[in-house]
Design a protein around this ligand. Structure first.
Ligand code: SF4
Length: 261
């Protein structure tokens, strides 16, 4: 009888990066479970990670580079595949310019450290303006604000969900997203724990989202009115003297205050 092995891995399918224990027998996966010893995800798992074994064992899964020849597909060696891609990419760029190449990056590419550390260099070298990703409809404003406020698009403040007393969520639905740029596996338990320790959860959303449904308070805003709501919040902070002086060099506060009023 062959031996079983337990592997400790992280699920890269979404930002929650849950710890997994994967039991295998030779090449066959026997089970995929949440890892209770992972200090971050604490045993949480969702059906997507359990289904990873379906991808692993899918008979249609591509295991080698395939080259199309007419209507047929032919398996080729990795070295030949890389050589072919390099040759064709260079040819296309030479003939039609850098922008003839378009790039799309999906969410899991940032949960893969090879891609995370190397893809930007490669994409930079391609020099194409046609770069598409989920980022542009997801967190690009977040990157821009971090760049403007802290000097780098990746200096992203992360809410301390496990220690906060009051959590205000504007338009986010972490129960569905696991917290975009927040990385919160098992967010439902974390939000319930916040409330159990006496904290308050307020969700502002035009829709009664899954997160709004477990909040202390759900504030419906009309779609497109969130800027007015934020101005109202800032105005109250200024009007009621709830702001405090900052040692940080901040320009234009007087003008901002006047504009908000
Ligand atoms: S929430 Fe699901 S998909 Fe996301 S990392 Fe955890 S197990 Fe994977």
């Amino acid at each position: 009888m062959s031996e079983t092995t337990v592997h400790h891995r992280a699920c890269h399918l979404c930002e929650a990066i849950c710890g997994l224990t994967i039991q295998t027998e030779v090449e066959r996966i026997l089970s995929i479970k949440g890892d209770p010893l992972d200090p971050f995800s604490r045993g949480h798992i969702c059906p997507k990670a359990v289904a990873l074994q379906d991808i692993q064992h899918d008979p249609d899964r591509l295991r080698r580079p395939m080259r199309r020849q007419g209507t047929q597909w032919q398996a080729i060696e990795w070295d030949d595949a890389f050589a072919l891609v390099a040759e064709r990419l260079a040819e296309i760029r030479e003939r039609h310019g850098s922008n003839a190449v378009a790039v799309y990056q999906g969410n899991p590419s940032v949960h893969n450290y090879g891609l995370m550390t190397h893809s930007n260099y490669f994409l930079g070298l391609l020099k194409t303006r046609n770069r598409f990703s989920a980022t542009s409809v997801d967190q690009l404003p977040h990157h821009l604000i971090s760049y403007l406020m802290y000097g780098h698009g990746l200096l992203l403040p992360v809410p301390d969900i496990d220690h906060t007393d009051f959590m205000l969520i504007l338009g986010g639905n972490p129960l569905a997203s696991n917290g975009s740029i927040m990385t919160v596996p098992d967010v439902e338990k974390r939000l319930k724990t916040l409330r159990a320790r006496g904290g308050t959860l307020v969700v502002v959303d035009p829709r009664r989202s899954e997160t709004a449904a477990i909040a202390d308070r759900h504030l419906f805003v009309r779609p497109g009115q969130d800027a007015a709501l934020l101005f109202g919040l800032l105005n109250t902070l200024f009007e009621e003297g709830l702001t405090r002086a900052t040692p940080l060099p901040v320009d234009g506060l007087v003008e901002v205050r006047a504009a908000i009023a």
